[in-house]
Design a protein. Structure first.
Length: 446
């Protein structure tokens, strides 16, 4: 049952703009919702505020629904703050969707860690994960390390996030072992990310352990896949790990390696000034001018001639403040390059004032209906992010696509243009995933 405050709010909404649509959305009547939205939209009467109120009703209905409820709640995690009352009600039901709601509340601070810990010994894996996520105190060390080897991957990943939030230096050996042997690939990445957030030089931990962290990450790199290598590179660059030898590991990677992990490392080093990357213990720069120059050279080479995957990653991560990098992006944006590389380079150059107008003109060609679908929707999103209303009509056509990702990108683009109400038809889409994901996008415009 809805809380009294929520019911009052909805009664008020029904009497305001979009009232018939809100009522249909609350009932989950998508056909009626579509009929209510269409005339208001055609008459230009549906405001972003109206659309956000309808989106809230769609989202709350999805949270209460029993139709693949866990997926629906998960899709609404990014807008949990706007839906806390509905999520609190859903968390009272002891099933997987209820646990997903509780985790969302925990993430936004609407559920306390102490309350979460009450479910630590629950028989349901999802609820036990909520309990593990609450193990953020120093006194939770034993329970947290036990959860790190729980049979359920969802519990192990939650305990890793708790280690990271609690800056639990004594958990680092277990996290590094999990990064090496955990059968769940997502857990391996989560473990390395947790290590990157923890200070291995904490005074109450054996200093030799801090340097062992770098050695273990080095060994882990050898057998890691590309995704894990990217996270290891970011861990090396974390200030406390850089101070314990991570900066030297990055230098060696730049001198000897290749692939996405090295491109990530190069970008991290290139973006750091010496002042921002000082070694915490000695006051010396973590990276020399020579190392930074090598990082820039690797980025430039990746943008110029790496395999497409690495090339696109280098473009996405390229720091525009560096002249050599901008020159490489100019070359990548040349009409002689392949279309995907050129579109990515132009989208990046859109952020640089001196290249903005030329990049915009070229991207408008990519955004046109004659361009390949995967390129035109990316170009339209980039131009919308730049506030270019010239692409609005094309974006609205994407709302009619049979592809769910195209429709949702269109909703995001319209929100960027502050025209979120134009995406309201997606709130009545036959696909529940589209409805809930679009609802989150429109709620952000309330």
């Amino acid at each position: 049952m809805l809380r009294h405050s929520t019911a009052v709010a909805l009664a008020f909404v029904v009497s305001c703009g979009g009232g018939a649509a809100v009522d249909a959305a609350r009932r989950g009547d998508n056909a009626a919702l579509a009929r209510a939205i269409d005339p208001e939209l055609r008459a230009g009467k549906l405001t972003n505020g109206d659309a956000a109120r309808i989106a809230r009703a769609v989202a709350e209905n999805a949270i209460e629904s029993k139709d693949d409820a866990t997926s629906r709640v998960r899709e609404l995690r990014s807008c949990a703050s706007a839906l806390s009352s509905a999520l609190e009600e859903r968390a009272k039901i002891h099933d997987d969707a209820g646990a997903e709601a509780a985790m969302a509340l925990l993430d936004i601070g609407a559920l306390s860690a102490s309350a979460a810990r009450e479910w630590l010994h629950d028989a349901n894996d999802s609820w036990r994960a909520v309990g593990a996520r609450g193990l953020v105190r120093d006194s939770d060390e034993a329970a947290r390390q036990k959860a790190l080897v729980d049979p359920a991957a969802i519990v192990r990943r939650a305990s890793m996030r708790a280690s990271a939030e609690g800056k639990a230096a004594r958990d680092v050996p277990g996290l590094l072992e999990a990064a090496r042997v955990d059968p769940d690939l997502m857990a391996r990445n989560e473990a390395v990310r947790a290590v990157a957030r923890i200070d291995p030089l904490r005074a109450d931990v054996d200093a030799s352990n801090a340097y062992d962290v770098v050695s273990r990450l080095h060994d882990l790199w050898i057998g890691a896949d590309d995704a894990l290598r990217e996270d290891i590179a970011r861990a090396y660059a974390a200030p406390n790990i850089a101070a314990a030898g991570g900066s030297e590991e990055l230098r060696l990677l730049l001198a000897q390696g290749h692939g996405p992990g090295v491109v990530t490392a190069a970008s991290l080093v290139a973006q750091r000034t010496e002042m921002a990357a000082r070694n915490a213990s000695s006051g010396k720069p973590a990276w020399t001018d020579e190392t930074r120059a090598l990082a820039i050279a690797i980025l430039v080479r990746a943008i110029d001639q790496a395999p497409r995957r690495d090339r696109l990653l280098a473009i996405a991560m390229a720091p525009l403040s560096i002249p050599d990098v901008r020159a490489a992006l100019d070359r990548a944006a040349d009409p002689t390059t392949d279309l995907e590389t050129r579109e990515s380079a132009l989208s990046k150059l859109l952020e640089w004032p001196a290249r903005h107008d030329a990049a915009k003109k070229a991207l408008l060609e990519f955004a046109s209906p004659k361009s390949p679908e995967h390129l035109r929707r990316r170009a339209r999103l980039a131009l919308a992010g730049d506030g270019d209303l010239d692409v609005q009509s094309w974006i609205e056509e994407d709302l009619k696509s049979s592809d769910s990702s195209t429709k949702l990108l269109a909703a995001t683009a319209l929100a960027s243009l502050h025209r979120a109400a134009r995406a309201a038809p997606l709130l009545a889409d036959p696909d529940a995933h589209v409805r809930t994901s679009a609802a989150c996008t429109l709620l952000s415009q309330r």
